[in-house]
Design a protein. Structure first.
Length: 128
């Protein structure tokens, strides 16, 4: 099972040339094993509000459409994920990435990401 970092979802849905062939191949060959954390919707919406990201549709329409188009399921953030993300060592300071890391740990997933800090967590598996 693969958990997509926020930038992977954004690029998959709008700018696939930013994704390496290895990641595109994983996505193509695992249509029922692709997930995002619900924190990704939060992060995308915040970036849109702050004008750091421009989407062709509102986040309310763009996010569900991207998930449906690419057969991606959402994993809601629950108390186990929230607690685990807060208890992680202070390697990564981005709270959204910490939630993604905790989600991957709890659900035993590989994170698709270009982030160079996430792989520093010894319990985490990443590809990219």
């Amino acid at each position: 099972m693969y958990l997509l970092d926020t930038h992977v979802l954004l690029w998959l849905a709008s700018n696939q040339e930013n994704l390496p062939e290895e990641v595109i191949e994983i996505i193509k060959t695992n249509p029922n094993n692709l997930f995002i954390s619900s924190i990704t919707a939060f992060e995308i919406t915040i970036k849109t509000i702050k004008k750091k990201l421009k989407l062709p549709l509102t986040p309310e329409k763009w996010i569900p459409g991207a998930l449906k188009q690419h057969h991606i399921e959402e994993i809601p953030m629950d108390s186990r994920i929230a607690i685990r993300s807060a208890l992680l060592p202070a390697i990564h300071n981005d709270p959204c990435d910490r939630v993604i890391i905790a989600t991957a740990m709890i659900h035993h997933m590989v994170i698709l990401t270009k982030d160079q800090t996430i792989p520093k967590y010894p319990e985490i598996k990443t590809t990219w």
